[in-house]
Design a protein. Structure first.
Length: 480
């Protein structure tokens, strides 16, 4: 029986109230991460995105090996470059302002993805499903940690969700747009092709062959545009894709480490804690509601578990789908109980608070990095150097800057410095002659002739009198 119009409108209004409240609450930790935490979780958030965009727009920056070898597409850095250019046109002319613009935009994209996660859960299990999915997605520890970082895994989430939501309903225009979004997501991050192919497979399984053809046409069009961009930037169509594929199949495991099949399950438990069991139960319970989407989530996770080199952030594109299913499945299961009206909000809020607490207790090891960082927190990691890069970049007399106390790939580069002066990863005699500013650990003895100017967390900013010699002939603004 069709619902009365007033009932449907009331439920829709209830959803918008719930979604608005959840988005407002979820925005707080995300904007905190964007504006207060200036540390680095992984070098890619700088050197695979914003640093290359900075180099493209302002003409200077540090080049990583991927952008010397042509192993990355310019699609994602190009999008960030448009953002930086827009910021500069409206008067944002400091490293601080430009970095905050990028991080705020990433936080807003994360909130947009959260809203779409709730839309997906609502279509499966109503407003209660949306409530649980919003609480799960809004406070999932990895999402809070990574939400404001300029990573392709984070930026593609709303694109993929938009593609899937559009593809669910028939219509040529919707399918063309859904396919175009899927193609864009693939160009931004090639692994997203697994999700895009999964969405196409779902459309085909529903015998919507015309819709599938339009979806494929939209995706192919954007894919061809990505290949043409490679032609313009690297000299060969699809050059970045082929280079990226070769490296990841042949060398990534040996270079960056191999991890066991159980890696993602182990890290989920260490990062999320007991709430992971509740999420797993909801995910399994969702099979009754959306079996094909469940298989897509499962297939994506299994495929990544089989790849030797693993990082937890690689699952970010599929997390919102999984959390939407978990919320919908749990709401459907709990909705069968007599006290479901009270029980569902209680379970959701309790889970959110538990995950929020786990977020404050994260360490590098809990996030899957058993390295020398071990039991250190990934929050504010290396932040002192980045804030002092802001400070040094604001000084008109800086002609060269040495940075010590952290590997050069773990600092904010010219994205933070925003000054066309040479950056050096050491304090050799040649570098001291070519730099008049120094960032060093706060407990390190100052170099002769250098005077302390500023301090931030574990680092201090020093200056010496005089100018700068030319750097050594072999000096390059490059990462190894």
């Amino acid at each position: 029986m069709m619902q009365p119009l007033s009932t449907a409108s009331a439920r829709k209004g209830t959803f918008f109230v719930v979604a608005g409240l959840l988005l407002a609450v979820a925005a707080v930790p995300r904007f905190y991460a964007a504006w207060v935490d200036q540390g680095i979780f992984w070098p890619d958030e700088i050197f695979q995105s914003v640093e290359e965009a900075h180099r493209l727009i302002f003409g200077y920056g540090i080049t990583p090996w991927e952008y010397r070898a042509g192993a990355r597409s310019w699609v994602f850095p190009g999008m960030v470059a448009v953002l930086l250019k827009a910021g500069s046109l409206v008067g944002l002319d400091s490293g601080r302002a430009l970095v905050l613009l990028v991080k705020t935009t990433m936080a807003l994209l994360s909130l947009g993805a959260l809203y779409m996660t709730m839309l997906l859960a609502r279509s499966l299990a109503g407003t209660r499903g949306a409530l649980l999915a919003g609480l799960f997605g809004g406070f999932y520890p990895a999402s809070l940690l990574l939400s404001s970082r300029c990573l392709s895994e984070v930026a593609t989430v709303p694109v993929l969700l938009g593609s899937y939501l559009l593809a669910r309903a028939p219509g040529r225009e919707r399918q063309l747009l859904a396919g175009a979004l899927a193609g864009l997501a693939i160009c931004m991050r090639y692994q997203n092709g697994v999700i895009a192919c999964g969405v196409l497979a779902i459309v085909i399984s529903e015998r919507r062959f015309a819709d599938a053809a339009w979806f494929a046409a939209g995706a192919s069009t954007l894919g061809l545009m990505g290949g043409l961009l490679d032609w313009l930037t690297w000299g060969t169509p699809f050059y970045a894709f082929k280079k990226y594929l070769y490296f990841n199949l042949k060398k990534s495991g040996a270079r960056f480490g191999r991890y066991p099949f159980s890696y993602y399950a182990t890290v989920t438990w260490s990062a999320v804690g007991p709430t992971a069991l509740l999420l797993g139960f909801g995910l399994i319970a969702s099979v009754r509601l959306a079996p094909k989407l469940f298989l897509l989530v499962l297939g994506y996770c299994l495929l990544h578990a089989l790849i030797p080199h693993k990082e937890y952030r690689f699952l970010m594109p599929i997390f919102p789908f999984a959390l939407a299913l978990a919320g919908a499945g749990l709401a459907d299961a709990l909705g069968r109980l007599p006290a479901s009206r009270t029980l569902i909000p209680f379970v959701g809020v309790a889970s959110a608070l538990a995950m929020l607490y786990r977020t404050t207790q994260l360490t590098w090891e809990k996030m899957g990095f058993p390295s020398d960082r071990g039991d250190r927190s990934p929050w504010h990691s290396g932040e002192g150097i980045n804030r002092l890069l802001w400070a040094a970049g604001s000084r008109d007399d800086v002609c060269g800057l040495m940075v010590t106390g952290e590997s050069f790939g773990w600092i904010g580069g010219y994205s933070y410095f925003h000054r066309d002066a040479n950056l050096f990863p050491g304090t050799s005699e040649a570098e001291q002659r070519a730099a008049n500013y120094l960032i060093a650990p706060a407990d390190a003895p100052p170099l002769p002739g250098y005077v302390a100017l500023d301090r931030s967390r574990e680092s201090r900013l020093f200056k010496r009198a005089g100018g700068c010699d030319a750097p050594a002939p072999e000096y390059r603004r490059e990462l190894p």
